[in-house]
Design a protein around this ligand. Sequence first.
Ligand SMILES: Cc1cc2nc3c(=O)[nH]c(=O)nc-3n(C[C@H](O)[C@H](O)[C@H](O)COP(=O)(O)OP(=O)(O)OC[C@H]3O[C@@H](n4cnc5c(N)ncnc54)[C@H](O)[C@@H]3O)c2cc1C
Length: 261
Amino acid sequence: MTTVRTLATVAEAVSERGHVLGGGTLLMREVNYRPETVTEILRITDASLKEIRIEMSRITLGAGVTMAAVAARAELAALAPSARSVGGPAIRNMATVGGNLFAPHPYGDFAAALLALDARVHWAGGREEEIESFLAGRDRASGLVTAVSFVPPARGGFRFRKVSRTKPKGVSLMSIAANLTLSGSRVERARIAFGAMGPTPLRAKAAETALEGKTLDEAGIARALTVATDGLAPPDDALASSWYRDRVAPVHLSRLLLERS
Ligand SMILES: Cc1cc2nc3c(=O)[nH]c(=O)nc-3n(C[C@H](O)[C@H](O)[C@H](O)COP(=O)(O)OP(=O)(O)OC[C@H]3O[C@@H](n4cnc5c(N)ncnc54)[C@H](O)[C@@H]3O)c2cc1C
């Protein structure tokens, strides 16, 4: 049997063990289909989990902020495409930032965007970690994530693309987020993250290195495309084979970088 406990504050949740309830779009599926895996649910009603804080140098999204809330905020326009890529409207009204961080393959489109933003993950109790190390260890992690925070992307520097078989609501064959610092058309710094190209969203580090110092045109991105999937682990699943994902990733990365449809 599954029990649900409601806690009014993050402080109360620090020492508790159980499955944290976000919007429940995945967790309640587990309760329905594999109830023996979810014995205790923690429902935390602390209002801070729903906060969006926008400062000049940092944006903080509470873990309980929904995809719909992200998509609705004008100041978060750069992130709206990644928030809107998660499911349909009913899912986005429930699905939270915190839940997306833990969402298994092929989910995690918003987490891929956060990875490209070098987000920090904030845990109840005050611990913080880089999203990359969070994702690497998330299957062994326990506790309450309270928020994520990141430096606002430069205007025009953040791009996101989701590739799916069924539009507009299908799950990802892959998603790609790029966070570029540009000087004119020259790339000074690049962060590229792929969703659904490994067990968790992963950075394409070889492509990032190959882009830095180059111009954002066909010749400038050519090397990055040849190493686009280095270090990734494209899976075989019902949507696509690993081989197919590996072959089409450079095509989609090229379209994203050159802003072609
Ligand atoms: C029909 C459908 C379509 C979907 N389409 C997409 C899609 O296109 N793209 C996509 O990325 N995802 C998709 N999803 C998956 C899911 O809806 C999203 O990933 C969503 O963001 C998960 O958030 P949630 O709040 O519902 O998580 P929940 O179901 O509440 O939780 C998911 C997991 O995260 C843990 N968790 C949640 N919040 C916290 C927290 N604050 N601290 C610690 N642990 C936490 C839970 O304990 C659980 O293990 C889809 C799901 C469905 C059912």
